[in-house]
Design a protein around this ligand. Sequence first.
Ligand code: ZN
Length: 296
Amino acid sequence: MVAHTSMFGILKRLRRRRLRRQPFPPAWRAIVERNLPFFARLSADDREELELLIMIFIAEKSFEGCGGQTIDDEVRVTIAGQACLLLLHRDTDVYPRLDVLLVYPTAVAVEREQSDGFIVSTGRRVHLGESWTRGMVILSWDHVLSGARNPDDGDNVTLHELAHQLDGEDGTMDGTPRLAAWARYSSWGAVLSDEYATLRSKLERGRRSDIDAYGATNEAEFFAVITEMFFEKPVSMRRRHPELYAELQAFFRQDPASWGGAADGSEAAGDPGATESARRKPRRKSRRTSKPKRRR
Ligand SMILES: [Zn+2]
């Protein structure tokens, strides 16, 4: 077993070394340009790093089409590009616990009654995605694509599900991924607990929050939801939740608020508070009715 594991490690290293020497396929770059608008906001160095991660992700993960979904390079690159955004700059492996991505054409309706220790759902729900502690992510292709092509709406099922995978790398999906240093855990715990409690308290009092209400489900969902927000609404997150933004900035080693491009509005636009809530309300409402318990 040990020999097998180390042999696998050697093969992995050799494969990655080979990939490092290969150019990013032009056909894949066309897919990136078409489906992943955030890519254009990154520096040239970041784009290069991300392209290598995409090649590794696609070489090492198995994509399986379900419900008639075809798996082609567009599916692989669009998913891998978003998944690997969460790895940029970080000294980490490429989702070592993730083996297979099941891709459905659209949301998956499932019947599930209770927790089995790994996944929790109740009743019949429509799943946009699901992330398992061991080995598997399930995604709805049309939600993957719409999430990718709208990088500023705070709604991205791929970032959400892959955030669960990062969270689970230390063995538990509990909203605290493995942090770079022990010293970081106390401030992470303090800031995230406080923001999570504030979100729950607001919702219990019938108030709205700029953080997706789904994040109040549990700490794991909170981490997944704020990851979506960090990459897709960084400017307003930094302004309205500076400590939370700082924790995620330290964890992801990225500062999406500085990317420029469209992002989620400039500082000059003023506080988005009421207008943002009003604009988002209809979409959020429909999401609440269709959005599943997405994991655990
Ligand atoms: Zn989730």
